[in-house]
Write a protein that binds this ligand. Sequence first.
Ligand SMILES: N[C@@]1(C(=O)O)CN(C[C@@H]2CCCCN2)C[C@@H]1CCC[B-](O)(O)O
Ligand SMILES: [Mn+2]
Ligand SMILES: [Mn+2]
Ligand SMILES: [Mn+2]
Length: 304
Amino acid sequence: SKVGILGIPFSKGQPKGGAEMGPEILRRAGLVSRIKRFDYQVVDHGDIEIESIPGDKPDGNVKNPRSVGRANKKISDKVASIVKSKELCLNLGGDHSIAIGSIHGHCRAEPGLVVVWVDAHADINTPLSSPSGNMHGMPLSLLVKELADRFSPVEGFDWCKPCIHVRDIVYIGLRDVDEGERWIIDQFGIPAYSMQEIDKMGIKEVMHHALKNLDPNGTRPIHLSFDVDGLDPTITPSTGTPVLGGLNIREGQYIMEELANTGRLSAIDIVEVNPLLGSEKDNMVTAETTISVIEKCFGSKRGG
Ligand SMILES: N[C@@]1(C(=O)O)CN(C[C@@H]2CCCCN2)C[C@@H]1CCC[B-](O)(O)O
Ligand SMILES: [Mn+2]
Ligand SMILES: [Mn+2]
Ligand SMILES: [Mn+2]
């Protein structure tokens, strides 16, 4: 089977320069050759061309709306075509706002998909609830049908129709959730396994229940959106919004092994690697950890 790799050197969903270097650092650390080890044919689509939009003033409190909107329209088009050509679409971010386009595009090719969101954060602030105005904290709010009537369309997103339901999402790794996000999660009953549930139930039970709730018949394509800040900052230090008490490397690997076992992984985002925020050593640790976790999506077995 085939993996289509798409670099997305984009960072305007948040204020820290360097997130646009994520694709480069992961490629340089050998991600492509690691995937090639597990009888996947790798199609490297290179990097998406990111246009800069001068004078991109905030829309309300939303920062860089036109830049984020323009980039994500392109991402949606590209991801749709990669999935339609039967490649497992591996998107290398870039900040987490790229998930707007990647999930939108994936839905165009696989309308029945479900979303596994591995992250310290819920990333479901609406433009009105966001404390920062940074769009990397908003992607899911622009994608779920149930929130469409809660805010007016953001400048640059007229192309973006919500395409998933809140019940098609499961969170794993939460430990820094804003008040407005908490309200949305409770209001709509979004299944959320925070680090507290993971400590209480263990990752085995969390994955069993998460997948069972999400897709009881085990038939739906899976979109994994993996924010490296879901892992503990001691193992992924080079990231923009680190939060103590995260997933350890074995929990991360186990999550991916269970997803690989479904045989239904259809698109993967790897986001929020920022090599400008760490030392050389931090960057090496972050890249190696990320690759050793992500390779488990492609059938790498710890037992050989
Ligand atoms: N919810 C947030 C938002 O800005 O919307 C607020 N938070 C930072 C804030 C710092 C002070 C203590 C409370 N948290 C970052 C998060 C977005 C993370 C985006 B991701 O892609 O990295 O997950
Ligand atoms: Mn995060
Ligand atoms: Mn049980
Ligand atoms: Mn995120």
